[in-house]
Write a protein of this length. Structure first.
Length: 201
C-alpha cells in the first residue's frame, strides 16, 4: 500500500473513532488486498485444508472485523495487528471444532513433536495439530499476562503470517525487537507447554 493510500486509511480510521459508521464501508476496499495476502499466507501454511481456503479465511476475518468496527483502531498498522488477532481466533475456533477437546483433557493427547514443530512447518490441521494449535493458544493467553508485546508478536508472525518487518510496522517497534521477542516468545511458550504437559501426565 502506497503512502497516499495509507493516509486515506488513517483518515478513515480517525473518522471511525469520531463516530462515522460509514467510514468502515469505505475502508474495506482499501485494505482488502492486504487482508487477502494475510489470508493467502495462512492458506499456504495450513496446506491441505479445503475449508481454510483463502476466500473462506478472508470472509471470516471480514465478519470479525465488521463485528469490531467500533474498536479504536489508531492506525493502519494497528488495524493489521487486529486482523492478525482475527486470523488467530478463526484458526483456533476451527481447530476446536475439528478436535472437540474436552476441558482439562486435551493437552494429554498432544504429541510433543507437534508442539515443537508447530511454528516451523505447514500441513493440514489434523487431530494432532488441532490439539497442538489449541494448546498453543492457551499458552499464548498465559504469555499475554506476562508480556503482552511478545504475545502480539506471535499473533502477527504465526497467526497473521507477517514478516519480521511487517510485524515491526504493525506493532510500532524495531525489527530487531521483533526478532528478539519472537525468539523469546517461542522459548517461553515451549517451556510453558512442557510444564503444562507434565502436570497433566
Amino acid at each position: 500500500m502506497g503512502d497516499a493510500d495509507q493516509h486515506v486509511v488513517n483518515r478513515l480510521l480517525y473518522e471511525m473513532r469520531m463516530g462515522n459508521s460509514e467510514a468502515f464501508t469505505q475502508l474495506l476496499p482499501l485494505v482488502y488486498d492486504e487482508l487477502h495476502v494475510m489470508a493467502g499466507r495462512q492458506r499456504r501454511k495450513w496446506d491441505g485444508e479445503e475449508t481454510l481456503d483463502t476466500t473462506a479465511l478472508l470472509h471470516e476475518a471480514y465478519i470479525r472485523l465488521v463485528d469490531h468496527s467500533g474498536q479504536q483502531w489508531e492506525s493502519y498498522p494497528h488495524f493489521l495487528a487486529v486482523a492478525a488477532t482475527a486470523m488467530r481466533q478463526i484458526l483456533v475456533d476451527y481447530a476446536k471444532r475439528k478436535h472437540a477437546v474436552k476441558r482439562g483433557g486435551g493437552l494429554k493427547r498432544v504429541p510433543m513433536v507437534e508442539i515443537e514443530s508447530a511454528f516451523d512447518r505447514s500441513g493440514p490441521i489434523d487431530e494432532a495439530r488441532s490439539a497442538a494449535l489449541i494448546a498453543l493458544d492457551d499458552s499464548l493467553r498465559r504469555l499475554a499476562d506476562i508480556d503482552f508485546r511478545q504475545s502480539r508478536i506471535v499473533e502477527c508472525r504465526f497467526f497473521g503470517g507477517m514478516t519480521i518487518e511487517e510485524t515491526a510496522t504493525a506493532l510500532g517497534i524495531a525489527p530487531i525487537t521483533v526478532r528478539r521477542g519472537w525468539t523469546m516468545a517461542k522459548s517461553w511458550l515451549y517451556q510453558d507447554l512442557m510444564k503444562t504437559l507434565q502436570e497433566t501426565m
